[in-house]
Each structure stands twice: as C-alpha cells, then as structure tokens.
Design a protein around this ligand. Structure first.
Ligand code: ZN
Length: 92
C-alpha cells in the first residue's frame, strides 16, 4: 500500500494544511470547509527509514486500512546510506 503526506492550500481562504492519506487525493479545507482541494505537493511516505539501536530500519507501509499506514520492517542496516539505497530502490 502506498502512503502519502499531502500538502494543500485552500483556494477559498488560502490557508494551508497537511494530511496523510493512502493516495494523493483531494481533501476538504479544515478551516473554511471548502471541498475537493487538490494537493499542491505530496511526499511519498510509503517507505521510510528510522534509526533503531545504532542501526537503520527500512519500514514499508503495508496495511490495508485507509487511514493508518501500518508500517512493517523489511530490512535493517548498519549505515544510513545502505538503508536509504534500499528505500530509493523500493520507491522507484
Ligand atoms: Zn479554506
């Protein structure tokens, strides 16, 4: 499952917000309630790297829930560079 952090600017009140979704989908403005705003930017968080006990763990969003990424570890590395390399490989 993919996981994204989407960034929005409201076309009506011009305020910004961010929200996490399983897709790059439209969202409703939390400030004025304007509907179906499209993200102007999106970060792919499907695969992330987190430090753990002097190592780096690659986590993959694998859950089926729409509102929860449910990260599961796929690999563990001694260096951050190795973990980032796998992350890039999985993301492409
Ligand atoms: Zn708004």
């Amino acid at each position: 499952m993919a996981w994204f952090l989407n960034h929005y600017i409201c076309e009506r009140c011009h305020r910004r917000w961010s929200d996490e979704w399983s897709c790059m989908c439209d969202d409703d403005c939390p400030h004025c309630g304007a509907r179906h705003m499209s993200p102007y930017d999106s970060e792919n968080l499907t695969t992330i790297v987190v430090p753990k006990n002097n190592t780096f763990v690659v986590l993959l969003a694998s859950g089926k829930a729409e509102h929860d990424p449910v990260y599961q570890p796929v690999a563990q590395f001694a260096t951050h560079a190795e973990a980032e390399a796998l992350k890039d490989a999985l993301a492409s």
